[in-house]
Design a protein. Sequence first.
Length: 439
Amino acid sequence: MNIFLQTLRFKKFPIDEAIKRLREVQSKSEQEFDEFQTSMRWEIFKHHYNNNKNYKAWVDSKSEAPITSWEQIPVLTKKDLQKPVDERLTAGYTAKDVYMHNTSGSTGTPFFFAKDRFCHAMTWAMILDRNARHGIISGKSKQARFYGIPLGFIKNKMEKIKDLIANRVRFPIFDLSDAVLDKYFEVFKKHKFEYLNGYTSSLVLFANYLIRRGIVLKDVCPTLKVTFPTSEMCTEDDRKVLEKGFGIPVANEYGAAELDLIAFEDKDFDWILNEENLYIEIVDDNNRPVPNGQEGKVIITSLYNKAMPFVKYELGDVGTISTRKKGIYRILQSLTGRTNDVAILPGGKKSPGLTFYYISKKLLESGGFMKEFIIRQTSLSHFHYEYVADRDINDEEKAAVAKAMDTYLEPGLTCSFERKEVITRTKAGKLKHFQSAIK
């Protein structure tokens, strides 16, 4: 029995219906599939336009004439969605009957979102499908999980219960010094792990540690099959390090919490797009579609989320779709995605930049006043927060961040805050959430 699937059923996520639906879509011919996507994207747009007052008002304010073509529909950004969740839910849904979560802020623009239960089930059906293509059975194959974890008592216990249900061992990434990695390495001698999953920067740190010691992880844990790096870009240099340190293939994952799994590498190292659940476009700076093979902004429509509109939603990434296909699937040819530096602390600890998601979480939960933020490490012990917000961060919120830094990093660190009108982006239009001046 797969306890993980049983838990989804118990929580009233219709996973069996979603798996059946996914298989039906995958069985379509190329022409049938194109017709399916066209029908679904218009259906979801009309659903939200007709049933979501805020979305309708926003679309009307951006459009000079009634919508008659897909290109006329305005592009949504995260800033457009940074309002209380209750104001963004489509009629028929409340906060009590949807899946609610918030993004990590890895792009520097965090916010809360909602999915209806069937949409969330379709996300899991997709993950099950893509994992299975690498011989991984979600909930049964044992996972080595390099992630953060909330340190508050209740949320910490809840995450550990989830880990137990999902058959995974968590390796917290707040301290990745060699002394900690020594302990993590010993765990691999005791468990029959089938795959590693976690933040790219954390996995690379662990792989480099193994390389320095002259160890190949698969020699110690021969059941390992594949590595799934996530949340941050995995470059070709990163891939080489991971393959050398772990001794297994790397399958790049590209996703967004508010949407779905977007692309997943197959065994040929082609990034197969999730065309079953999403409609994916590449557009220029004027939001006009570009030909396959040409770089542009990644725009995505969630075909199944009826609780909250993610229609022509701009992720903040830049990518290229290949001119070739594999069956019904298009291929993501290139991606300029999210990367972060690693924080180095006075005590010798190394913490990935995504640790600051846990530190900044209190601010993200303070009513959506925070629009964008980045953190710069200016010295071993000092961190400077730059943020765009509706108001200044108050003393209580500053104290909460300082306390969280003591908890997740180490005591004795200092921080400063600077409210700005705009935060400078890279040439590709990206925000690098965490930046370090420490070499």
